[in-house]
Design a protein around this ligand. Structure first.
Ligand code: KIV
Ligand code: NA
Length: 279
């Protein structure tokens, strides 16, 4: 398939063709997402939890994001790639943000970067886009600020909060963001914000009135042990953890019973070699 570019995304947006986006954090997860035809692949800092086992995204470093981005980029042939700027790598100044973004682009080899924040990040987004860095903004529930927000809370549930969301969306648009992620926003509010913009909105927990959707791959594939918390907006399209468990348990049983490896898994040798070797 032809490589997805910013022009492709713009024309999809203009046609009202929903943009599909999924996270990936290593070569195999990126390979399957690209093969399935995702328009966009995000190396999300959610990899802190789903790939590195950290408590939340605040611990993940730019170096770790670069390493994962490199692995993802090697697998992606068609999708437009995005790398998350981790907490602490872009908030201090536009210069810091640009330095981090260029590392993610050049060393991580992604095609664009994502950062969290609305109106307060607009001057940074402007400086970045002026420097030729394509920026995907992320507003609503911004997980890097979970402690500042008082936890994972739905955003835009009051008139005041919905107005703030719209203000943020317009600010990042004016600053030059090519699209904006809306996370954990009531569907009617996300739809109204989408209608006020001339750039695509990518929703997660924001209903189906946005210009596209994004999910965390391990969540939607069910690649996690039973009992782990997943947000309400996640739909499970697979049961990868159970499949993996079944396979590994079967392998264990067959090693224990010596059913594996069978003759067909081995290499042949001439009998005389065996005999002389024994002699
Ligand atoms: O880190 C991530 O996976 C994200 C998406 C859920 C938007 O930021
Ligand atoms: Na993220």
């Amino acid at each position: 398939r032809p490589k997805v570019t910013l022009n492709t995304l713009t024309s999809m947006y203009k046609k009202g063709d929903p943009i599909t986006m999924l996270t990936a954090y290593d070569f195999p997860s990126a390979h399957v997402a690209d093969h399935a035809g995702m328009d966009m692949i995000l190396v999300g800092d959610s990899l802190a939890m789903v790939a590195l086992g950290l408590e939340d995204t605040s611990e993940v470093t730019l170096e770790e994001m670069i390493m994962c981005s490199r692995a993802v980029s090697r697998a992606v042939k068609g999708a437009f790639t995005v790398g998350d700027l981790p907490m602490g790598s872009y908030e201090i100044s536009p210069q810091q943000a640009m330095t981090s973004a260029f590392r993610l682009l050049k060393e991580g080899r992604v095609q664009s970067v994502k950062l969290e924040g609305g109106a307060s990040m607009a001057p940074t987004i402007k400086a970045m886009t002026d420097a030729g860095i394509p920026v995907l903004a992320h507003i609503g529930l911004t997980p890097q600020r979970q402690h500042a927000l008082g936890g994972f809370r739905v955003q835009g549930k009051t008139v005041k909060s919905a107005m703030a969301l719209l203000h943020d969306a317009l600010a990042v648009q004016e600053a030059g963001a090519y699209a904006v992620v809306l996370e954990a926003v009531p569907a009617p509010i996300a739809e109204m914000v989408t209608k006020k913009l001339r750039i695509p909105t990518i929703g997660i927990g924001a209903g189906n009135g946005t210009s596209g959707q994004v999910l965390v791959q391990v969540d939607m594939l069910g690649n996690f042990p039973p009992g782990r918390y997943v947000p309400k907006f996640v739909k499970r399209y697979g049961d990868v953890w159970s499949e993996a468990l079944k396979g590994i348990e079967a392998y264990k049983e067959e090693v224990k019973s010596r059913a594996y490896p069978a003759e067909e898994h081995g290499y042949a040798v001439k009998e005389e070699v065996v005999n002389n070797f024994q002699a």
